[in-house]
Design a protein around this ligand. Structure first.
Ligand code: ADP
Ligand code: MG
Ligand code: MG
Length: 869
């Protein structure tokens, strides 16, 4: 079994085996880019190690040695050599990027002897000892589990003792002294001296990286991002290049396009005279990459060129780690850059425009949940004007949020569990903080740049973040944040604007953000690919407008009962419900008819001939009844009856099982006047709107809810058609219309071919169908669904994701029966699951013609369908 592969033997397709980092180092090596030489120990080796209870086999050790020897030949250096020592980094890297979750060790191969050789060779003792102390620090942390702070404290102490402010103030002798101190820490904690043998260092480091696959923060991260625990990590061994070799050297991270906004052009940061993680850790605040142009123009140009090359090669925006050693540029990592939803959309559109990817590929890259993120909240501008600024920092991840501040992940988590909206504020975040970051509305840091841990993680999660607010002094111990003389304590409320980088006192109302334009472009492309339609569940003008803007091809469900709420209307509704004779019924019905006509006219006008399915009254009447004493008194007044009479009628209408009771078409069987009124309102408004706008063709689709048998459907249809005919006669106008039904009663599914004789179209009402198939009350199932899930009796809530096995089987029967009878009959879905990507995939498979969902879910529904082609 070959467990080790040289960079020049691998390729980007092998990320299973080499991990993302290793595969891309191999790919860049193949592309002849300036990548320090090295090799990858595969994920298979890691899994084998973990399986064998953490034992490195002799074979693997031998393989590693062979590859080190071949590296020595290529570099003409030797591991542990007293004149020209080879130094390497040991870098973790699994299939999926898990930024900062696992471990990396730099400068491995240094010991008391080789550090002298390095000094000799470079003539720079400051540099050599800086490298050595870094090795001690990282090796101590990763391999021996020595608390990083032990080292940091000593460094801080040393600096303040000598009046230094930054690391670069440290001179050769300072580092030398610190190296001695660090070695003491080693001895004290591990009761062993720091291992001087480079091969021992290497073996221990490789094992530690293997083990880091199972450290707590890596496990949490995997849970969070749905990454399998069984992948393992690869280990990359790579020759060191040095960004800490004076001011002609440096290290940095850059994106080939802006990861927050998607704007074109290189975007990133670097630090001169620094190594490795100094940039991402936020220990020093880095310079923007644009400043490199003035400092080292030829390096900057080279970097632009390579970035462009990589982007073309990978056909996507790249996140590149680089190091400059004495004005020579090296690439140390490239990967698909994490980005905000907005940036994703923008970059996809740009890549299509630049001819790098096709529209089809662009659609595949947009994850339906990004659509939600795209519509980020922003603070209400009026309130913002009067808001008091607390501090400003870098706009690291867009959005707006208010909440109470907490200084540790742990406290943030606790407070959030109590139901509080929390904002995590820290000097800088590290992977250990991940659990606190997940629950936060916003994240604020006082140090670190746009690519710091906080910024990257927040953008990935779509959480608002302001990083590098240097003016805030964050005291995590005292739990306070200070700007000048203003002090905030744990629990105080702030508002964070991640789009501008401003932090305000107190809480500020916000409105949902809109990036409709970007969304529109992608949705339009997706529509070209989508094989089934997406309509909206909407009835108010605002919702209809939103739905159309978001790509709906019509209304799949207008719930007329929604039009009966509102003070004046519900009054008439109540009068109608309480009516006990024809006369007292017709007066409120006629008033309601006028309201309905007004609404329908507005709908038809907005829809401009697009499909419109209107459902007749559906819910049980008790939903409209007066609840409070005042309401009852008021109604008694209005209808000139006694309170006792009203109460008596309410009593009469009471049902044990209202959802199974007197509702939907059953209401029409006892009181057909209601549906007749509604149908008249629909047809009359359609005629009126057509008369105003000549070239408009309106074909209203009238949908009857809760049909369970052919007989019901036939009986109602005849009556309604009679009403319609009367209108045609009176107005001397004839328009086309359709009368169809919901499929929401199991019996209707099982006899669908018979109902189809009377129905022009169907639409599945999955909420009721699920309720009736499972026998779970949709209003009460919340009380037990969670327990079902805990006991693994249910995988998912069937009201959120379609139950394919049961409800789905009924649906399939119905579809087949209807198609058998007449393949041209349109079948839709208008339940809650119509907007759920997972359910949509299933619904498409069983062959429905369209789905209908709430307006904000339309773009992701269209995308889901387009992606399934
Ligand atoms: P992470 O997965 O946390 O990003 P990396 O393995 O990429 O860890 O290492 C972190 C940083 O260490 C890199 O960005 C790079 O700056 C530095 N580094 C790693 N290997 C080398 C090397 N061979 N030479 C110089 N710097 C290196
Ligand atoms: Mg790391
Ligand atoms: Mg990296």
């Amino acid at each position: 079994m070959q467990y080790v592969i040289d960079f020049f033997d691998g390729s980007k397709e092998q990320n299973d085996l080499l991990g993302g980092k290793g595969a891309n180092l191999a790919e860049m090596t193949k592309m002849k880019l300036p990548v320090p030489t090295g090799f990858t120990i595969t994920t298979a080796a890691c899994l084998d190690y973990l399986k064998k209870q953490e034992k490195v086999s002799n074979e693997l050790n031998e393989e590693i040695r062979q590859h080190v020897r071949s590296m020595e030949q290529r570099t003409r250096k030797r591991l542990g050599d007293g004149v020209d020592p080879l130094l390497v980094s040991v870098r973790s890297g699994s299939k999926f990027s898990m930024p900062g979750m696992m471990d990396t060790i730099l400068n491995l191969g240094l010991n008391d002897e080789t550090v002298l050789a390095l000094t000799q060779k470079t003539g720079d003792a400051r540099f050599a000892y800086d490298c050595y102390r870094r090795l001690l620090q990282m090796f101590g942390d990763v391999v021996c589990d020595i608390d990083k702070n032990r080292f940091e404290e000593q460094l801080d102490f040393y600096k303040s003792k000598n009046g230094y402010t930054v690391d670069t103030d440290m001179q050769a002798d300072d580092w030398k002294e610190l190296v001695a101190v660090y070695k003491d820490i080693f001895l004290e904690v591990t009761h062993r001296a720091f291992p001087q043998d480079p091969y021992e260092q290497l073996n221990l480091a490789v094992e530690a990286v293997f083990r880091s696959w199972n450290n707590r923060r890596a496990i949490t991260y995997r849970r969070l991002h749905d990454i399998s625990d069984s992948l393992g990590t690869a280990v990359n061994i790579q020759e060191m290049v040095f960004g800490n070799f004076g001011t002609e050297s440096g290290t940095g991270v850059a994106f080939t396009r802006n990861p927050a906004t998607g704007e074109k052009g290189i975007f990133g940061e670097f630090l001169l005279n620094a190594q490795g993680e100094d940039v991402v850790a936020g220990i020093r605040t880095p310079q923007p990459i644009s400043e490199l142009e003035a400092l080292m123009p030829e390096v900057y140009q080279e970097f632009l060129k390579l970035g462009h090359l990589l982007e073309r090669h990978y056909k996507d925006m790249q996140d590149i780690e680089f190091t400059i050693e004495n004005r020579k540029l090296y690439l140390l990592q490239t990967r698909k850059g994490k980005r905000t939803a907005k940036s994703s959309f923008k970059i996809c559109i740009q890549l299509v425009e630049e001819g790098i990817i096709s529209k089809k590929e662009a659609i595949q890259r947009i994850n339906p949940t990004m659509v939600t993120q795209l519509l980020h909240p922003v603070f209400e501008p009026e309130y913002l004007k009067n808001a008091e600024v607390f501090a400003r920092g870098l706009p690291a991840s867009p959005g707006a949020a208010s909440g109470a501040i907490y200084f540790t992940a742990e406290n943030a988590k606790k407070a959030s569990e109590q139901g509080e909206k929390v904002i995590l504020i820290r000097q800088e975040t590290s992977p250990e903080d991940i659990e606190g970051m997940v629950v936060s509305e916003a994240i604020v840091t006082s140090r670190g740049g746009m690519t710091s841990h906080a910024a990257v993680v927040a953008r990935g999660m779509g959480v608002c973040c302001v990083a590098g607010c240097e003016e805030i002094y964050v005291d995590e111990f005292l739990e306070q944040a200070t700007v000048g003389s203003v002090i905030l304590h744990q629990g105080d409320t702030i508002s964070v604007d991640g789009t501008t980088g401003t932090i305000y006192h107190g809480s500020i109302p916000y409105v949902d953000g809109d990036e409709w334009q970007l969304l529109e472009t992608i949705t339009n492309w997706a529509k070209e690919e989508a094989s089934i339609g997406v309509k909206a569940n909407a009835e108010t003008p605002i919702d209809i407008q939103t739905a159309l803007k978001l790509g709906a091809e019509g209304i799949g469900l207008a719930r007329t009962e929604h039009m009966f709420f509102g003070e004046e209307r519900i009054g008439e509704m109540r009068k109608m419900i309480l009516a006990q004779n024809e006369e007292s019924l017709m007066a409120p019905l006629n008033k309601l008819k006028e309201f309905q006509k007004e609404d329908f006219r507005a709908m038809f006008t907005l829809l401009k001939g697009k499909a419109c399915t209107i459902r007749l009254l559906d819910p049980p009447l008790h939903e409209f009844l007066p609840q409070t004493v005042e309401e009852i008194n008021h109604l008694a007044d209005e209808t000139k009856r006694t309170v006792a009479q009203i109460n008596y009628r309410i009593e009469e209408l009471h049902e044990q099982n209202p959802m199974l009771g007197h509702r939907g078409c059953r209401l029409a069987v006892t009181t057909p006047q209601i549906y007749e009124m509604q149908v008249a309102a629909i047809i009359e408004s359609a005629i009126e709107v057509t008369q105003l706008e000549e070239d408009l063709v309106i074909v209203p689709e009238i949908m009857i809810p809760l049909i369970g048998s052919q007989e019901e459907m036939k009986w109602l249809r005849e009556r309604l058609e009679q009403t319609i005919q009367e209108i045609f006669d009176q107005t001397n106008c004839v328009i086309s219309y359709k009368i169809g039904t919901m499929l929401e009663i199991p019996r209707a599914c099982l006899t669908a071919e018979k109902i189809a004789e009377e129905a022009d179209f169907f639409s599945f009402g999955t909420n009721d169908l699920t309720q009736l198939t499972y026998g779970f009350s949709r209003d009460d199932s919340g009380k037990f669904i969670a327990a079902y899930q805990d006991n693994k009796l249910l995988k998912e809530d069937p009201f959120q994701h379609i139950d394919e096995e049961g409800v789905g089987a009924l649906m399939k029967i119905a579809v087949d029966k209807i198609r058998n009878f007449d393949p041209s009959i349109k079948i839709g879905v208008c339940g809650e699951v119509g907007g759920d990507p997972q359910s949509i995939r299933f619904l498409k498979k069983i062959g429905v013609d369209y789905i209908s969902c709430s307006p904000y879910r339309i773009p992701s529904a269209i995308l889901t369908i387009a992606q399934e082609q």
